[in-house]
Design a protein around this ligand. Structure first.
Ligand SMILES: [Zn+2]
Length: 258
């Protein structure tokens, strides 16, 4: 990802998505917290959201967020959804982890402190979608589902989609128990290939699992960019695993340009 500094705010952008003229996107970093319901400073989180919207040239008033419930459901943004969740989770689009839109200037915001956020863009159809793929969402195949939903809603051809997998807990640090492996084995095609065994411990490779799903849904491997930045050991990011309940949230902003 490419770093962009705007005063106090550092933003990261995927190289592949940056080359798409119709798309606006950025992943945020610490120290700013973008979740009004997490960490400290509700008013500040809203102010940082407004500031990022200003930097990206999109409307804060139309900022729209899924409520993120560790599932795999993805909805298309409808009229009444626009602006929901801009001021916090309480007003977010309920019961979903992902949203999609083809409308200009309906910026989507998704939050993370270790969970991968996965974004796909259809340059021909000018439609974008993003999903929060926690380990539960990942084993529920959220990223694959997102591609299928893009096909169903927008007629997207998977072979022309461009995708990014945001910074998240990495295989270097994301230790999990056998309970996770057991569930993954019932749902993923190559579950064992997504777990790394080291010194008697087991680590889940969320990047590999999400890349596999995008590829199996038809997105070309060369069109998928993995940030490959681990939120647990890279202190530029918020990490629930590292910081516990006091962790703020990083955010992915993504929008069809005006
Ligand atoms: Zn790490």
């Amino acid at each position: 990802m490419i770093e962009h500094i705007h005063g106090e705010i550092r933003l990261l952008k995927f190289e592949n998505l940056s080359r798409q003229p119709g798309l606006v996107h950025a992943m945020t970093t610490r120290p700013q917290n973008y979740a009004p319901h997490r960490g400290t400073g509700r008013e500040e989180a809203i102010r940082w959201r407004q500031e990022v919207c200003r930097i990206l040239g999109v409307s804060y008033d139309r900022l729209t967020s899924p409520s993120q419930v560790h599932g795999a459901d993805v909805l298309v943004v409808e009229d009444l959804d626009i602006g929901c969740g801009r001021d916090g989770r309480g007003s977010a689009v309920p019961n979903v982890d992902g949203l999609m839109t083809d409308r200009p200037d309906v910026p989507l915001i998704l939050l993370s402190a270790d969970c991968p956020l996965v974004c796909v863009y259809d340059p021909e159809r000018r439609a974008v979608g993003a999903v929060h793929a926690s380990w539960k969402g990942t084993v529920a195949r959220a990223a694959e589902h997102l591609v299928h939903r893009m096909q169903a809603e927008f007629g997207s051809v998977p072979g022309r989609l461009v995708a990014g997998i945001c910074p998240s807990a990495g295989p270097c640090c994301y230790e999990v128990g056998r309970d996770v492996l057991r569930i993954a084995r019932t749902r993923l095609d190559d579950a064992d290939g997504c777990f790394v065994h080291r010194d008697g411990r087991m680590y889940l490779d969320l990047w590999r699992a999400n890349r596999q799903q995008l590829e199996s849904a038809g997105v070309p491997g060369e069109s998928i960019e993995t940030a490959a930045m681990c939120t647990i050991c890279d202190t530029r990011f918020w990490s629930h695993r590292r910081d516990g309940e006091t962790a703020g949230r990083s955010a992915l902003f993504v929008a069809i340009g005006q």
